[in-house]
Design a protein around this ligand. Sequence first.
Ligand code: GLP
Length: 261
Amino acid sequence: MQVIIQPDTATAANLVARLVADTLKTKPASVIGLATGRTMEPVYERLIEFHRNDGLDFSKCRTFNLDEYAGVKADDFRSYRHTMQKLLFDHINIRPEATHLPDSMAADLNQACADYENKINAAGGVDLQLLGIGSNGHIGFNEPLSSFSSLTHVEFLTAATIRQNAGLCGGEDRVPRFALTMGVATILASRRALMLVTGAAKAELLANFIEGPVTSMITASALHWHRDCIIVADAAAAANLKNRAGYQFAFENNPAWAAYR
Ligand code: GLP
């Protein structure tokens, strides 16, 4: 795991967007795993700018979103399909059929989860998986105690997640109780995982998961098992990390990061 601390949210989001852009430039047919949540919004804004101003090409890539609420139609403002169209897909040259989210309206949700996992594998697996983190430490919608071996599955949301996502759904009672999510093992199978964490509200959580023990109570801590995981945090989110100077030293001196400093 590598931890990169940036002075503010905009700089952190810019670095994440540049890493996505460079993945696409190196391998135009990349499979990109996408995430929703407020944290990702500035990343998608930057990617749209790169497309408009620098011709960043999405025409050959394929995307798989981490998760989707169960029983919510694509045109419902709460759905992650709707969110992704609005925040990214409608503004770039991606083929509509190359964008994937779990089928939350399927009659058999368990089958839809198995199909999603198969589709990811058939696409050759995820090259770069973007991640945010929920206030309870979830990745995707893998709530506390989700199995680290889990594949795409239906998850019952916790009260903490319902509270956290209420704002984007128009109130707590409008947050669906179930979601379809890539499992922890699906996320660990990506070739690179790239998490963005911003804001003081996540500082304690971030320190617990990066410098504390691996525990399924914080499913993000499973990322310590990932072979190539990068965590980008702004200074506010990084405030509780004890080894801040060490992470800074590595970012400033490792030639691998020269182009990003
Ligand atoms: C939702 C998503 C997660 C995301 C989280 C963080 O719960 N399922 O993938 O990481 O929101 O949201 P925010 O970035 O708004 O804090």
